[in-house]
Design a protein around this ligand. Structure first.
Ligand SMILES: O=c1[nH]c(=O)c2ncn([C@@H]3O[C@H](COP(=O)(O)OP(=O)(O)OP(=O)(O)O)[C@@H](O)[C@H]3O)c2[nH]1
Ligand SMILES: [Mg+2]
Length: 201
């Protein structure tokens, strides 16, 4: 089976990538499988900067092609927060539950009509000696006033997708892949770089 390396420590992202890559005949490997000690510090201030930083550092260390994902939630009523700080919104321990509580508290007084938000994802594909390429995707939604569903990860239980009439955490991995920011970015990657794995060892 063909393999793809995703430069992530996030198990939730890994599941999303599995739903997206298994239909294409790829096994998904993450840092947990190939280089657990590699934790890249995210010093960028945009998704693009952080995605490139993660992809290039890991591609160099492993001497092979890798994909990195930097993503997050932008809430309009909070001026685009938590944005690139989505994973660390409630503190460096990266606790999804605490992050959701903080969003719900900050939006407590905000009416339904002003709870618009979007997930953004930037994928960077890097390989030694090659120009790094990036692809972005987004998904529009509305922040709920409480949690719904038990699938997915991160803010999925409070992210309502009007297009489907469900919270992201109520969708199966395949349903999420069809409409998510990550799915949209991967579909762009596939259509513009069909031979992107050619440098894989
Ligand atoms: O409900 C969600 N559904 C999603 O589909 C999603 N995608 C991103 N996010 C949030 O944004 C952070 C990414 O931050 P991030 O790109 O730095 O990743 P991370 O630090 O978790 O792992 P790594 O890939 O860097 O190792 C994540 O932790 C989440 O809080 C999501 N939340
Ligand atoms: Mg991160």
């Amino acid at each position: 089976m063909k393999k793809v390396i995703i430069a992530t420590q996030n198990k939730g992202k890994a599941k999303d990538f599995e739903a997206l890559f298994s239909p294409l005949g790829y096994e998904v490997l993450t840092l947990r499988d190939v280089a657990e000690q590699l934790d890249v510090e995210e010093t960028g201030v945009t998704f693009e900067e952080n995605a490139i930083l993660k992809a290039e550092t890991v591609a160099e260390a492993l001497q092979t092609v890798v994909i990195a994902d930097d993503s997050g939630l932008e809430i309009d009523a909070l001026g685009g927060e938590p944005g690139v700080y989505s994973a660390r919104y409630a503190g460096e321990q990266k606790n999804d539950d605490a992050n959701i509580d903080k969003v719900l508290e900050n939006l407590a007084e905000v009416p339904d009509s002003e709870r618009t938000a979007r997930f953004r994802c930037v994928l960077a594909v890097a390989a030694p000696g090659k120009q790094t390429e990036t692809f972005s995707g987004s998904c529009e939604g509305v922040i709920l006033t409480g949690r719904k569903g038990d699938q997915g990860f991160g803010y999925d239980p409070i992210f309502y997708v009007p297009e489907i009439g469900k919270a992201m955490a109520e969708l199966s991995p395949e349903e999420k892949a069809a409409i998510s920011h990550r799915g949209n970015a991967i579909r762009k990657l596939e259509s513009s770089m069909p031979d992107w794995l050619e440098t894989e060892k």
